[in-house]
Design a binder for this molecule. Structure first.
Ligand code: PNS
Length: 160
């Protein structure tokens, strides 16, 4: 069984993330979306809220599951017997950071591969942080995040 892990912060999941998840689910037997627990970075949503939002959005994809992890991604991969890390690439500006991370992960465990998927052109400008900026200043986030979570994002920002 070919298991891939799609790691990230997902604060919150965007349409760009959903696109990568959907396409990965067509390629692998099983895709685990893995939300990083990062004690140094306080996000908008708590980790369990992010997991819940992703579970809601990915409910139609039967071979996708969602978990959180802390520490090294490679250790999480080993514990799930997963051999492939999926990363989305939006622009050249993503490359240097992703390149370094892929090399470091390869150094830590050379049996694990990082595969890059080109983002869908319509989402190439999209990031969780830009979605938050737009929402904080009252802009419309329809088309940026899945319809199923628009109200969650707006309510969360209003409640802050
Ligand atoms: O959505 P993000 O914030 O760009 O995701 C980054 C993530 C979670 C993929 C990355 O920070 C990560 O894998 N962190 C776990 C720590 C780790 O394994 N570090 C070693 C590679 S340098």
């Amino acid at each position: 069984m070919r298991i891939a892990v799609y790691p990230g912060s997902f604060d919150p999941i965007t349409n760009g993330h959903e696109d990568i998840i959907k396409r990965s689910a067509n390629v692998f037997d099983k895709v685990i979306v893995a939300v990083l627990i990062n004690p140094d970075k306080k996000g908008l949503f708590q980790i369990d809220e992010r997991v819940e939002l992703i579970r809601r959005v990915t409910a139609p994809y039967k071979n996708v599951s969602v978990e959180s992890f802390s520490g090294l991604l490679i250790n999480f991969m080993q514990s799930r017997d997963a051999k492939v890390i999926i990363k989305g690439l939006r622009a050249v500006s993503d490359f240097e950071y992703e390149f370094k991370m892929a090399l470091m992960n390869n150094k830590l465990d050379s049996t694990i591969e990082t595969l890059f998927m080109m983002t869908n052109a319509q989402y190439s400008y999209l990031s969780s942080s830009s979605v938050k900026q737009v929402a904080i200043f009252g802009g419309c986030i329809k088309g940026l995040v899945p319809d199923l979570i628009i109200n969650d994002v707006i309510n969360k920002i209003r409640g802050k």
